[in-house]
Structures are given as structure tokens and as C-alpha cells.
Design a protein around this ligand. Structure first.
Ligand code: UDP
Length: 250
């Protein structure tokens, strides 16, 4: 089976949550070069399709996983199916479980002031063994950004969560990856809000039926305009998806 699926020019890794977290943790254990992990949903893949530079940035990630049922459906339409979603929050949770086993550390960067601290407290309770290397909120100017990078490098965390929302976090990680002292940078959107308990994850009913987007829309109606990308993505994949070449079986 090919290792990646090409969806509108964006090459998504065909990995599940377990495999994605293994890649992250193995890199930590092997003290490898810093890797970037992005988890695009259909909206972000559409952004990469529309904007060539952003598409290239996504394709340059070390690991690009399918966050969202739309991406899984798209992979089926182009006849190179991904078996299941690998959302950022789930990859983060599984990686924390494995990080706890090796007594590793994580730095929490992003969200509104105070959120990362609360997320850190909850992570320590849920995953004893994980060290919180440090934290910073996600609202900064150039000067504060420098201090944040200095702080991350001083803490030298095994793993760095960057939760600035998409596409800001993907751009930030790509721009700074080479100057960061960490083994893995994960761009995982609103995950710190979920760890902190300020935002609830969709109940199982919604995730099971592939309608998590509906739950988020009910909770945050302001997302409506963003979500119009979903049907556009669907039509685009139906019309053009098969024109993008898929890797040959390996
Ligand atoms: N955020 C941030 N800095 C910014 C803009 C947003 O730290 O300049 C945070 C925001 O507080 C929230 C997260 O980024 O915690 C975005 O969450 P969302 O669920 O909207 O992520 P997305 O769906 O965009 O990946």
C-alpha cells in the first residue's frame, strides 16, 4: 500500500493514532532531528490547495495526518483510502501516555493566558510521569516571540505542543523548527483548551457518526463561514480528486 494519499496536491500520511504517536516517541527516544507534525482537516487541505506556498509548507511536514472525517472520505474517493482519522488531540493524548512511560517532558505553547497552565495541571494528573517543561500563551508580538523561543530552548522539552489555530501554528512551526530545541513540534489547534477543560470535545455520538463538525458549529456558530469550506472541499475532491497522481504501491 502507498504510504501517502494525495488529496488535491496535499500528501497525507496514511497513519493511525498509534502509528503517529510511535513515530513521535521513537524520534524522542532516538534523539533525532526535530520533526513537525500537522494534522490538517478538510478546511486546511483546501487552504493548501488554494495557496501553493501553504500547500508546499504542509507537504514539507515530517508527519501529516488526517484530522477529520472529510479527509478520510476524500481518501476513499481518490481510491487510496486511509483507514481512520488521526486527530491532533488523540495523537497528543497517546503520545503523552507513551511519554509518561519514559519520564519525558512537554512544553505547552498557545491559547489564551492561563489556559496552558491549567492544561499542564490536568496533564500531570492524567499522565503521571510526564514533566511539564514550561508554558506560554499564544498571543505575542515579535519581542515576546523571541522570549518564548528562548524559553522553549532553555527548557529543551522532548515534545512541544503549538496550539495557535490553523494555519498560524503550521506557519509558526515551519518558520522556527530549525531554531527549536525539541524533538517534536505538534501543531494541534484547540487541544490545550480541551486539556484545560475550557472547551469540551464532541460527545462520542458525533465523532462516531463523523459529524464532529456539527457539534463544533452548534457550540461556536461563528465557525459557520469557515465551515463553508467543507462542502466546497467535497465537490472539489469529487470533481478533481482523481487527477492528482497517487504513489505506486510499495
Ligand atoms: N490562538 C492563539 N493565538 C492566536 C490565535 C489563536 O493561541 O493568535 C489559540 C486560541 O486561543 C485557541 C486555538 O488557538 O486555543 C485555536 O483553536 P481552534 O479550535 O480554533 O483551532 P483550529 O480549529 O483553528 O485548529
Amino acid at each position: 500500500m502507498p504510504k501517502k494519499v494525495n488529496i488535491l496536491g496535499i500528501k497525507v500520511d496514511k497513519v493511525n493514532i498509534e502509528q503517529a504517536s510511535d513515530i513521535i516517541i521513537d524520534n524522542i527516544k532516538n534523539k533525532g532531528e526535530t520533526i513537525s507534525v500537522f494534522t490538517p482537516n478538510s478546511e486546511i487541505i483546501m487552504a493548501g490547495y488554494r495557496d501553493k506556498d501553504f500547500g508546499e509548507l504542509l507537504n514539507n511536514a515530517d508527519l501529516l495526518t488526517a484530522d477529520g472525517i472529510g479527509v478520510v472520505y476524500a481518501s476513499k474517493i481518490v481510491k487510496n483510502p486511509i483507514s481512520e482519522r488521526a486527530p491532533g488531540y488523540d495523537i497528543a493524548c497517546r503520545s503523552l501516555e507513551k511519554l509518561a512511560e519514559i519520564g519525558g517532558s512537554v512544553y505547552l505553547f498557545g491559547s489564551k493566558p492561563g489556559v496552558a497552565e491549567t492544561a499542564g495541571e490536568n496533564i500531570t494528573k492524567k499522565y503521571p510521569g510526564v514533566k511539564i517543561a514550561g508554558f506560554s500563551d499564544g498571543y505575542f508580538d515579535d519581542e515576546k516571540e523571541k522570549l518564548i523561543i528562548e524559553d522553549i530552548n532553555k527548557c529543551n522539552p522532548d515534545m512541544l505542543f503549538v496550539c495557535l489555530g490553523a494555519p498560524k501554528q503550521e506557519k509558526w512551526i515551519s518558520a522556527h523548527k530549525n531554531e527549536l530545541s525539541t524533538r517534536a513540534c505538534l501543531g494541534i489547534g484547540g487541544s490545550l483548551d480541551v486539556f484545560a477543560g475550557t472547551v469540551k470535545r464532541a460527545p462520542e455520538f458525533y465523532t462516531k457518526h463523523g459529524i464532529e463538525w456539527l457539534y463544533r458549529l452548534i457550540k461556536q456558530p461563528s465557525r459557520f463561514v469557515r465551515m463553508l469550506e467543507l462542502p466546497r472541499f467535497g465537490f472539489k475532491v469529487l470533481l478533481k480528486g482523481k487527477k492528482f497522481p497517487q504513489d505506486k504501491d510499495e
